[in-house]
Design a binder for this molecule. Structure first.
Ligand SMILES: Cc1cc2nc3c(=O)[nH]c(=O)nc-3n(C[C@H](O)[C@H](O)[C@H](O)COP(=O)(O)OP(=O)(O)OC[C@H]3O[C@@H](n4cnc5c(N)ncnc54)[C@H](O)[C@@H]3O)c2cc1C
Length: 460
């Protein structure tokens, strides 16, 4: 086996890793760069649930892992600002963060060749309507590629990165890193070993355990971040069309009256499908939609998540969220569960009979059940309040036939403490994207990748 030595190894081939590689190559044409990825090449990423309509628990989930990362099959909504999708604006200042988000947009413009993406502008009328109902609409311009166009754009970008000499290694799942003189030694589950002077950790949310192991091994302190737990909500598309036709993706915050907790409605998919994803054996709900009209459904879906920030002495927020999702899988016989809102409010489980008569036809084959047996009272109460609050601006949201899929959760819980504003963890090891705890979306993850590439080559 020949020894593979690189100037920079990027662990994780999502948008963060790809943008970092792209920028490094442009700035330093002679740099020897590799991207190592736990999952498959983009064109070979196939989720069997597409055929079966249910998750078959693949060892490596093709939805979350593989080149182009968690966003590969996403709707391709690129937030052209810092209002949401992460806290890069707080870290770098809005001007610098926006400059890097613009850079991501420039790369998209270059490689998006299968259609002209639509840009949705912010809307005062809807913002006012929300304010009048104690809701806060998070508003900024959004570029929408759609699933197919996003996939093609990512493939074009990957082709360009490969053509420029960067080496791509699919099925390279990095298990540990050690230091030997001037080099880091990266060990992979397939027995391969790579050496690198610089490492960029771009492992996204699915690489949370890798990041925490790395931080423990190199004594990088971690601070507690928040987690978001809740449900994926599905209803007739027409209910949210006033919003989706004007701003495409409503993202709305609500402060609940009972607990004064922050709940957010986000990840909206017009005409979309609810999907299941496998996070290390735990099946959670998500959603996506296609750009082409023939692939649209009659439904829309979005997440409603309640934010929790734990305080001392508890320091295992990810495990907490995972255990809640595990409970849903236990009740759902290894699957996510689905419940009609009307059944939830009446305190009864949804069964196949009632689901079969529902006017909203589920787009994911989930197990009919009872979400109140899974979610803690505080979270469930927050979600119910939020649904009633949203019903005021989009009447019909709180209909009996609205479907709730449990659980959906987002973990931002382990957030390493950076050595400096280059997002360096230890000398020459940088972290970017969702795995850093800073980003929650494509644009900011990509922007952070470009920013760190500039730091490595010396521009920042
Ligand atoms: C269904 C879905 C729809 C979404 N839709 C949108 C959207 O429309 N707009 C938006 O802004 N955001 C969206 N998001 C969020 C967005 O995809 C993420 O914010 C973004 O992908 C984060 O990029 P990243 O590069 O940090 O990580 P990721 O995209 O998660 O990529 C990380 C990669 O690292 C790999 N990896 C992990 N650990 C290891 C390891 N130890 N060794 C090797 N490789 C490893 C993983 O396999 C993965 O491919 C969506 C997410 C999902 C799941």
């Amino acid at each position: 086996m020949s020894e593979k030595i690189f100037d920079t190894v990027i662990i994780g081939g999502g948008i963060g890793g790809l943008m970092a590689a792209y920028r490094l190559r442009n700035l330093a044409p002679d740099m020897k760069i590799a991207i190592t990825e736990r999952g498959n090449s983009l064109k070979d990423r196939i989720c069997p649930a597409g055929k079966e309509k249910t998750c078959v628990h693949c060892k490596i989930c093709s939805i979350t892992s593989g080149f182009a990362g968690a966003g590969a099959f996403s709707d391709g909504k690129f937030n052209l600002g810092t209002a949401y999708g992460g806290t890069l604006g707080e870290e770098l200042g809005d001007d610098i963060a926006n400059k890097y988000i613009d850079e991501v947009d420039n790369v998209l413009n270059k490689y998006c060749t299968s259609g002209i993406p639509k840009v949705y502008k912010s809307n005062d009328e809807l913002r006012l309507k929300c304010i009048q109902n104690n809701l806060r609409l998070l508003d900024m311009n959004v570029k929408h590629l759609g699933t197919d166009n996003n996939f093609a754009t990512m493939q074009n970008l990957i082709d360009a990165i490969t053509a420029s000499g960067t080496e791509l290694f699919p099925f390279y799942d990095c298990t540990s890193v050690s230091k030997e003189n001037d080099y880091y030694i990266l060990n992979y589950i397939n027995g391969e070993v790579l050496k690198a002077k610089n490492i960029i950790i771009a492992t996204g949310r699915s690489g949370a355990n890798f990041v925490s192991d790395f931080c423990k091994a190199f004594n990088v302190p971690m601070k507690s971040n928040h987690i978001d737990i809740g449900v994926r909500v599905e209803m007739k598309d027409i209910i949210w069309r006033e919003f989706s036709s004007k701003i495409y993706e409503p993202k709305i915050l609500y402060k609940t009256k009972t607990f004064e907790d922050r709940c957010r409605m986000f990840c909206f998919n017009q005409g979309g499908l609810v999907s299941a994803e496998n996070n290390h054996g735990i099946i959670t709900a998500n959603g996506h939609s296609f750009a082409q009209s023939e692939k649209k459904t009659d439904n829309c879906n979005f997440a409603i998540l309640s934010s929790i920030r734990f305080t001392e002495p508890f320091n295992q927020p990810t495990e907490y969220a995972e255990n809640i999702s595990r409970l849903a899988n236990m009740i759902g016989n290894g699957n996510v569960i689905v419940q009609r809102f009307g059944d939830l409010i009446r305190g009864r489980r949804t069964n196949d009979h009632r689901l079969g008569q529902n006017t909203v036809v589920p787009t994911l084959k989930a197990t009919a059940g009872d979400i109140s047996l899974v979610l803690p009272h505080r979270i469930l109460s927050n979600i119910i309040e939020t649904i009633y609050a949203l019903d005021k601006v989009a009447p019909g949201t709180a209909n009996d036939d609205t479907l709730l899929y449990g659980c959906e959760s987002k973990y931002y819980s382990i957030r390493p403490v950076f050595k400096n504003n280059k997002f360096e963890l230890i000398d020459n090891v940088y972290i970017i994207g969702d795995g850093s705890g800073i980003c929650r979306g494509l644009s900011q993850s990509g922007a952070m990748g470009i920013y760190v590439a500039d730091c490595i080559v010396g521009d920042n």
